[in-house]
Each structure stands twice: as C-alpha cells, then as structure tokens.
Write a protein that binds this ligand. Structure first.
Ligand code: PRX
Length: 670
C-alpha cells in the first residue's frame, strides 16, 4: 500500500476562482428545519462544545427506544460505542412508530419498474407504511422459518424492487445482519462476500431488469455457491438456504432443499412478528467497499448511532416536509441506497421513491417522466448521471413539467461547476437549492453539506460540516494547513453513524483509518478549505478510484487481471474522464511468448467483469513490455497516471530503474 500524498496544487487553484454564491431561496428561509446561517452556527457550536449533550438530546428526540440508553459515548480510539445500555429496533423506528399516526396510510415506498415502451410509463407499486409494515413482518417470519436468527448474516442480492427494502427491514426486525451486494457484481464477488462474513442465507431474484435486458441474478448465486478457494474448499459452505423472488420470470434452476420461492414461503407465515430488542451497538449491516488492497472491506455499521445519523441528516439536509415526494436514485447496493432510500426517509415517515432501472430506458427522459408523473419534490443523484443528462441534451428534460421539484442533491464524487450550473438551471429551473453532500460508506451518513434554508452554496463545494462533525484539512505530518492550501481530509471527533470496524479485521481498520493522524479518522480524500471555511473535496488520494461514483480499488482490478493466465503483471490507474469523473486504465505486461491483440484486450476486460463485475471493467487496456519501477521494484503509478492522461511525464524519475520504459509506454500510444 502506498502512503497517500496530499493533492497536487494544480487541482486546487481553479477552485479558488469560484465567485458565484447562491443564497437560500426565501421560501426555504421561511419554513426549512434550519432557517438561517445564524441558526446553523448556533446549533453547530452547541453540537461541538457539548457534543455528548447534543447527541444525547437528539437520540431521545429522534428515536424510539425500547430501553433508554445510559451513556452517550464510550470512546477509546479507534473504538466508539454510542448510547450504551439502550435498546431499540431499526425496523420499528422506520415502521411501527408511524402506525398509530396519520402517516400509517401515507405512501412509504412508491416504486416504478423499468420495462416500458417509448413514451409510456412502467409498472407502478405503492406501499403505505401500514402495508410495508405487514410485508416486513411476514418476510421476517419467512427468515425465521428458514433458520435465520439474531446476529446471523444474510446476503441480499436483489434488483431495485420494494422487496429489497422489505428484506433489509425484515433482517433488522429480527436482528439479523444484512449485507447487500450490488446486482452488478459477479458470482465471484458474491462468493467472496459470503465467505468473508460467513453468511447463512442468500436472498435473490430470478432476474432483474437493466436497460431492457435481464440480469440473471439467481444464476450468479448458483455459480457463487460452487466456487472454491485456492485449496479447493467451497467459499460459500455456510449458506443453508436461498430465497428466490420472482421478478423477471426468466428460467432458473431450483435446488430442492436449498432454494425456496419468496411467494411460496409467504403462504406459511402470518404478519405477527414482534421487533427484536437490539442493543444500540448490535450490528445492523455490513457493506463491502473497495480499499487499497485486493480485498474489499466489510464496513460494519451498528444500530442506534447509524439510525440517528441517517434520520437526522435526511431531515435536515433534505429538509423533509410532510408533503414531499423524495427520490434518491442510488441502488440499494451502495451505502446511499441504505441511508437515503431506506433507513433515513422511512425513519422520518417520508415517501421514498424507488426506480428499478436505467435513466435512459426506454429513452433518455425516463427520470423526467418519473418526476412529472409522481410530483417528485426532492431529487438526489450523482454527478456522473448529471453529466450524462447534459450529453443527452436539454430537449429531454424540457419535454416534461419539472415544477414540482424544490430541492436537488448531489453525491458520490466532486461535481464540476459546469454540471452544477446545468443541474441548477435546467433541472432546478433556477429555483431549487443544490445540496452537494460529501460522505462515505464508512461515515454512514452525510458529513459535509449545505443546509438548504441556511447555507449559501457555491458550485463545486460541499460547503460546511453537519452538526457534531469536525473535519479538518491537514498536511502529511497531521498539522492543520492554512486556508486555501491542499491537504488530507480528516475527522477529529467520533460521530454516531461512524463505522465500527472492518468485519473480521480490526488490524486493517486501525491501519486504514486511524494511523495517518493520531486519534483522528482519515478519509482517504484530498481537500482544501476556502476563505469562507467551505470544504472543497479534491478526490481520493489513496489507491482508490471513483469511476462514475463507484469506488474501485486499483489493487482489486490488478489482482483480477493477474489471475488471468496470460498476464505477467498489471498496474491500474485513473485518468480524468469527462463523463465518469475518472476512467480506469490498465497497463498490462503479458507473459513471454504472448502477443498483444484486440482479442486479448477483450478477453481481459471480460475476465475482470467475471472476477469483480462489469463496473470494474477497465476503460482502456494498454500493453507494455515493462512497467516503470523504482530500483526497489515499486511500480511508479505517478508516471503511469501521466501517461494515461496523455500529459508530459514530469517530476522526479531518478529512482526509475529503466528510463527506456517510459519512452516505450508513450510511444505505444502513437
Ligand atoms: O472521494 C469521496 C467521494 O466518494 C468517496 C466515498 O465513496 P463511497 O464510500 O462509495 O460512498 C459514496 C456515497 C457516499 C469519498 O471518499 N465523494 C462522495 N461524495 C462526494 C465525494 N467527493 C466529492 N464530493 C462529494 N459530494
């Protein structure tokens, strides 16, 4: 693992020139949960000066506890325990608490399926809180019937259908720990995750719809369940049952005794399922994310603190009001889908919209059609999607009435000012504030963000910290850097929704996040603060890339490449990409006697898709006779990044082992 370096100054100077400032619209200043900068500053100060008092008050006000907590925080870096002694249930906080209120008959989930003819809408389902509660209770009983109990790990590998949320909440209801695997990941990825968390059961579907074709999820699960490790042992030997949802009606194979149909199982259960009493620190979910080694990390989140973070950020950042129709376009396979499709909105009694498919199916106006049809008021999406919309042209959004929108959000990667302005003007009609929210799988919830009734925004910055969050930009020695200088982004104080560890690997947890700066959490991001104290995220400074808002570890792709028989060595770097933010470029040396060809290039891309999933396929594979290395044998990624970006190779190359390598790499591009 290379030690992350602070960002290069050239990335920072252009940001210094941003002068545009967008104050909150008057309507927000009147009725938002936080109505002015003064109010934000007062609350923020309180949350920092007496953070335990602040979080304790919030935990009591926002969550329903079965047993009250006794101690707000026990902190012994890097281990935090929040709301000790307290017991609660996440599903009960998302569902049961609304049942004896007018929210009971409000739409909890509005879902739209992907298949649709041009100009038409898709299948529609609406589940009220009452109905969702019933479905969750029944499915929780199905899980119990199939041997799942408190603390057992359950893999959820489903398309974006209401059952994905139902499955998550059903696990939470009985105290099982879910690990959602994005439907775009491969059988190998499913098997690796099952092995890592020793899961007992998989919940999947026959298939899911994506851009008009069917993704055969059950087939991938079948493959995953027979995959073996290097010693010949089955990776998924802990799996006892597979529950299969019928969604796409594609042909699948059912293994008797192991596989059961979701709809058949429902025939054996009723809707009576008490919510399990869970300790505040009981694990809620594990979500795998890429890091700087070949092996994804199982990020662990627990019950009370996570839910408090998800609930409060949803309420304040999206300024959720009773009449909102809120749409976060993330897949539940990512943390954004966990916190801002399911847990945050439901804990607030909001209406959360879920859409199954691609933004350009059947035509590039699908999002705008959905907004107009359901009267969506809040839209939360990723810069990559916004850049794709820009490319497809304004004629698509212009065809639809988007006047219901009142607030826009952005997440997952830095948003370039051009995309910000387009989003503001074309989608938001110039009237909707944009909340550019910075956070991570590890942080559980939004950390740096504008509050729409308070914070004046500037295109390209996530602005200021949320309550209780203390970010800081530091140099390589851990000292704060002056305003306007680049550095590493760290978080000084613990916060309730922070990760509690890496599943099964406390050493890696310490190493990755807590060894850069004593006692502080290291984010892996480069950042600078401007004269107003606004935080500008520059991007990852570790060996992690952000491709179309998806986190991909370079080492993970490298190990997938070298697992192909023809590859001797591989190095993967990012290059700037107009649409995806970053694109993956792989430099590959083939084994002696094997000649580079288009066929091998295709084979290697397909190989990575098989090993990890199509999201990790290199955009570009470049064959090289040798990779630039230092005399001690370390690959010089800095050089490769420059070659990949097509810029002149600059900087210190005195440690390079063989100078001719660079010349050959560059020449190979001509
Ligand atoms: O580099 C930052 C970038 O996404 C990383 C976290 O990725 P992940 O854990 O997959 O979570 C994505 C959704 C929360 C961060 O380290 N990132 C996320 N949001 C922003 C961002 N970069 C700039 N601006 C953002 N708003």
């Amino acid at each position: 693992m290379t030690k992350p370096k602070s960002p290069a100054p050239q990335n920072i100077t252009s940001m210094l020139q941003e002068e545009r400032l967008f104050p909150p619209p008057a309507e927000f200043a009147k009725r938002a949960h936080v109505k002015s900068m003064g109010q934000y500053k007062k609350l923020y100060r309180e949350s920092i000066e007496d953070s335990e008092g602040f979080w304790g008050r919030q935990a009591n006000a926002e969550l329903v506890w079965i047993k009250p907590w006794k101690e707000v925080l026990r902190w012994k870096a890097p281990n935090a325990k929040w709301f000790l002694g307290g017991q609660l249930n996440v599903a009960a906080n998302c569902l049961d608490r609304h049942l004896n209120t007018p929210t009971a008959n409000k739409a909890a989930l509005i879902w739209e399926g992907e298949p649709a003819a041009p100009g038409q809408m898709g299948e529609e389902r609406v589940l009220t809180y009452q109905q969702l509660h019933r479905e969750v209770c029944m499915f929780a009983n199905v899980l119990k019937r199939n041997g799942v109990g408190k603390g057992d790990r359950v893999i959820i590998y489903l398309p974006m259908v209401p059952e994905a949320a139902i499955a998550m909440l059903a696990c939470a209801r009985i105290g099982a720990v879910h690990s959602v695997v994005f439907g775009g990941f491969s059988a190998q990825s499913v098997a690796d995750r099952i092995f890592d968390c020793q899961a007992k059961l998989v919940i999947t579907a026959d298939g899911g719809y994506r851009r008009g074709s069917i993704v055969p999820l059950k087939k991938s699960v079948d493959e995953a369940l027979v995959l073996k490790d290097a010693t010949g042992a089955l990776l998924a030997k802990t799996i006892e049952k597979v529950i299969v949802l019928r969604r796409a009606s594609n042909d699948i194979h059912i293994t008797e005794g192991r596989d059961v149909w979701w709809h058949r199982e429902l025939e054996y259960v009723d809707a009576n399922c008490p919510a399990a009493k869970m300790d505040s620190e009981a694990p809620l979910f594990i979500l795998y994310t890429s890091g700087s080694t070949g092996k994804p990390k199982g990020i662990l989140h627990t019950t009370g603190g996570y839910l408090l973070g998800a609930k409060m950020t949803t309420k304040y950042v999206f300024d959720i009001q009773e009449t909102d129709v809120y749409w976060c376009t993330a897949d539940i396979g990512w943390v954004t889908g966990h916190s801002y499709v399911v847990y945050g909105p439901l804990a607030n009694g909001a209406t959360s919209l879920m859409y199954e498919g691609a933004p350009n199916h059947p035509e590039p106006d699908r999002f705008w059609r959905i907004i107009a049809k359901y009267g969506v008021t809040i839209l939360y999406t990723a810069p990559t999607a916004i850049r794709a919309f820009m490319k497809w042209g304004v004629e698509w959004p212009k065809k639809h009435n988007l006047s219901s929108l009142r607030l826009l959000g952005s997440v997952g990667e830095p948003i370039n000012p051009e995309a910000w302005m387009w989003y503001h003007e074309v989608i938001g009609g110039g009237r909707c504030p944009i909340v550019d929210t910075w956070w991570q799988t590890e942080t559980g919830g939004i950390m740096i963000t504008p509050l729409p009734g308070a914070t004046p925004t500037k295109p390209g910055t996530a602005t200021l910290p949320f309550f209780g969050i203390v970010p800081e930009v530091v140099d390589d020695q851990g000292n704060p850097v002056p305003k306007n200088s680049g550095g590493k982004l760290i978080i000084r104080k613990p916060w309730p929704s922070m990760l509690r560890g890496i599943w099964g690997d406390p050493e890696r947890f310490k190493q990755t996040y807590w060894s850069e700066v004593q006692g502080a959490y290291f984010t892996g991001d480069g950042c600078r603060q401007d004269k107003d104290g606004y935080f500008w995220i520059v991007g990852r400074i570790d060996d992690v890339l952000n491709v179309a808002g998806h986190r991909i570890g370079t080492a993970e792709v490298e190990s997938a490449l070298v697992s192909n028989q023809k590859v001797a060595e591989a190095a993967v770097v990012g290059r700037p990409d107009e649409l995806k933010g970053q694109a993956l470029v792989a430099f590959v040396t083939l084994k002696t006697g094997i000649k580079p060809s288009h066929a091998i290039r295709d084979e290697l891309r397909a190989h990575v898709a098989k090993e990890i999933g199509p999201v990790a396929k290199p955009d570009d594979i470049r064959f090289a006779e040798a990779l630039p290395k230092t005399r001690s044998g370390k690959i010089m990624r800095r050089v490769l990044k420059q070659v990949a970006a097509g810029v002149e190779v600059k900087g210190d190359t005195t440690t390079l082992e063989d100078f001719s390598v660079i010349a050959k790499l560059v020449a190979a591009e001509d």
